[in-house]
Write a protein that binds this ligand. Structure first.
Ligand code: AP5
Length: 215
């Protein structure tokens, strides 16, 4: 089973593609953003630490997110993993190598989604998800087939993220440029990086990713 990282700025489509891979290939999506939002919602000590940092669009500490990933890897069988939104710093990239090696696993690909930042703001500000199953939608780009009803689970409840406003999105992008994009050479040295045009439709991006995973 493959272990891959989806890398790209906020709104690049990491979550959309990770969910699709989970549904079609039996891989497991490991999204540190989702884990942190669950911690915030539960009121745990991790959530209390993360809440304000996330609402400001800044990065939560390396130690917290790497511990979350380690716990999830322990719970998983040999199913392949899609790391979505992790790692985001060099320290996290090194921690992930260690976490995988300790479990006899390694990375197969780092897939970078290439996108235009102005388009990303549009994508993020219109984004909403199903409150029950988490399926992603957009006010204009990906509407539900039946208005007000989730295509996947039929729920009629939806939610929007508190950090999905233009000012916070700009901070999140600045964080990506300053701290996350610089980890690419770490993986390029190992010839793990594959680039995908993230500006295509969801299906076009999916086809490019599938071609990489099947190669
Ligand atoms: P996180 O939840 O990881 O957010 P993010 O990286 O900012 O990414 P997004 O979830 O916003 O975007 P995405 O790339 O998944 O795009 P999506 O598929 O939804 O992190 C949130 C916060 O948590 C961080 O700011 C930080 O504070 C903290 N955090 C998380 N991980 C951390 C870590 N490792 N270290 C430290 N802090 C951490 O798509 C966006 C929209 O576009 C959707 O509406 C979708 O329907 C639409 N769309 C997707 N693809 C396409 C397409 N091809 N064409 C048209 N529309 C599309």
């Amino acid at each position: 089973m493959l272990n891959i990282i989806l890398l790209g700025p906020p709104g690049a489509g990491k979550g959309t593609q990770a969910q699709r891979l989970q549904a079609t290939r039996g891989m497991i999506q490991l999204s540190t953003g989702d884990m942190l939002r669950a911690a915030v919602a539960s009121g745990s000590s991790v959530g209390l630490k993360a809440k304000a940092v996330m609402e400001a669009g800044e990065l939560v500490s390396d130690a917290i997110v790497s511990a979350l990933i380690g716990e999830r890897l322990d719970d998983m069988s040999s199913a392949g993993a899609i790391f979505d939104g992790y790692p985001r710093t060099r320290a996290q990239a090194e921690a992930l190598d260690l976490l995988l090696a300790e479990r006899g696993r390694s990375l197969d690909y780092v897939i970078e989604l290439l996108v235009d930042e102005d388009e990303l703001v549009h994508r993020i500000v219109g984004r909403f998800t199903c409150a029950k199953c988490g399926a992603p939608y957009h006010d204009e780009l990906k509407q539900t087939k039946v208005p007000g009803t989730c295509d996947v689970c039929g729920s009629t409840e939806f939610k929007r993220r508190p950090d999905d406003n233009e000012a916070t999105v700009r901070t999140r992008m600045a964080e990506y440029r300053a701290k996350t994009a610089p980890i690419l050479p770490y993986y390029e040295e190992r010839r793990l990086v594959r680039r995908v045009d993230g500006m295509g439709t969801v299906d076009e991006v999916a086809a490019e990713i599938d071609a990489i995973l099947d190669s």
